[in-house]
Design a binder for this molecule. Structure first.
Ligand SMILES: NC(=O)c1ccc[n+]([C@@H]2O[C@H](COP(=O)([O-])OP(=O)(O)OC[C@H]3O[C@@H](n4cnc5c(N)ncnc54)[C@H](O)[C@@H]3O)[C@@H](O)[C@H]2O)c1
Ligand SMILES: O=C(O)C1=N[C@H](C(=O)O)CCC1
Length: 279
């Protein structure tokens, strides 16, 4: 199936995938090698990784793709029109500086970013477009809008909890998606998430603070990603749920973002912009 619809792109932009050996990196490379909209011009991974120097197609157990996995980000990114990056926060900041220098589009799926990382990305976005989202799927971005609307419609007698489940390898919590959903719920209530957020409960916590937004994280097995936004009142509950069963949903969103960003100026964008879901 095509990763895009209604796009008329005369020349395919060249894309570098960072974290090429990762769960998302491999999914992205498979889809890009099959894409009519982008062409793979680089595959990066960290210095010392076994795959450095190997053809990315062969390293993934398939046919040669004609692109060698490299740890030389400077050279790879200099020739790119887009960089798709699902790695780690410090790596993403380093890639953002190089991508801005190349005036290329930086699509960032990395989660677990702290304020210092966000500040560095804001600086890079003064020179080139950055498109970043804690979840690149259509379904979650729709759910964000629904969450904002439901939170706005209900009073603080409805308690809001975000519950997420992911595979045993995930290193950050709450997930980027859970934070997007929590931010949407807070926005719906005209507040900032930082003022309402309750990240962990353990021990004698006291009763729930009215209006707070709680987060719970489950880690285990191979769960791709599951999110519930629970609105709980006396006598009734609403549960908004997204279940991801295939990482291709995130990769397709990232590819769409890389193409969408080609004619955009410097600045920070998200998947709501890409999908036309703003407002
Ligand atoms: N936004 C979304 O839609 C979405 C979806 C899935 C995953 N994610 C996020 O993407 C990130 C990666 O997830 P994953 O499951 O693919 O993880 P993973 O551990 O399988 O892959 C990470 C890859 O990054 C590489 N890496 C780390 N540091 C590097 C560096 N300095 N230079 C080059 N490569 C480097 C690792 O070697 C590895 O190949 C996580 O932050 C995750 O939460 C976001
Ligand atoms: O596998 C992961 O890691 C995922 N990360 C994103 C998040 O933190 O929400 C999206 C879902 C998968």
């Amino acid at each position: 199936m095509s990763d895009l619809q209604n796009t008329d792109q005369p020349q395919r932009p060249g894309v570098v995938v960072t974290g090429a050996s990762g769960r998302m990196g491999q999914m992205l490379i498979r889809l890009i090698l099959d894409s009519d909209h982008l062409r793979l011009v680089g595959a990066l991974d960290r210095a010392g990784h076994d795959w450095i120097g190997q053809d990315i197609g062969t390293a993934m157990g398939g046919a040669p793709a004609g692109v060698t996995v490299s740890d030389d980000a400077v050279t790879a990114i200099a020739q790119a029109q887009a960089v798709i990056d699902f790695t780690s926060p410090d790596a993403t900041v380093a890639f953002a500086e190089l991508t801005a220098q190349a005036r290329a589009v930086h699509v960032i799926g990395t989660t677990g970013l702290e304020q210092r990382h966000l500040d560095a990305l804001a600086a890079a976005a003064r020179h080139a477009p950055i498109i970043r989202a804690g979840n690149m799927s259509l379904g979650v971005n729709l759910l964000v809008g629904l969450t904002r609307k439901v939170a706005a419609a209900l009073g603080t007698d409805w308690d809001i909890e975000v519950v997420e489940s992911h595979h045993r390898h995930k290193v950050d919590a709450p997930s980027g998606t859970a934070l997007m959903l929590g931010e949407a719920a807070a926005q719906g209530r005209g507040a900032a998430l930082d003022d309402l957020r309750v990240p962990v409960r353990d021990g004698i916590t006291g009763a729930r603070a009215p209006g707070s937004i709680g987060f719970s994280a489950i880690r285990g097995g191979d769960v791709v990603g599951e999110h519930d936004v629970i609105f709980a009142a006396d006598g009734e509950r609403i549960v908004l749920r997204h279940l991801a069963t295939d990482r291709a949903i995130f990769a397709r969103g990232a590819i769409r973002a890389a193409v969408w960003g080609q004619d955009k100026g410097p600045g920070q964008y998200d998947m709501m912009d890409v999908l036309g879901l703003q407002g």
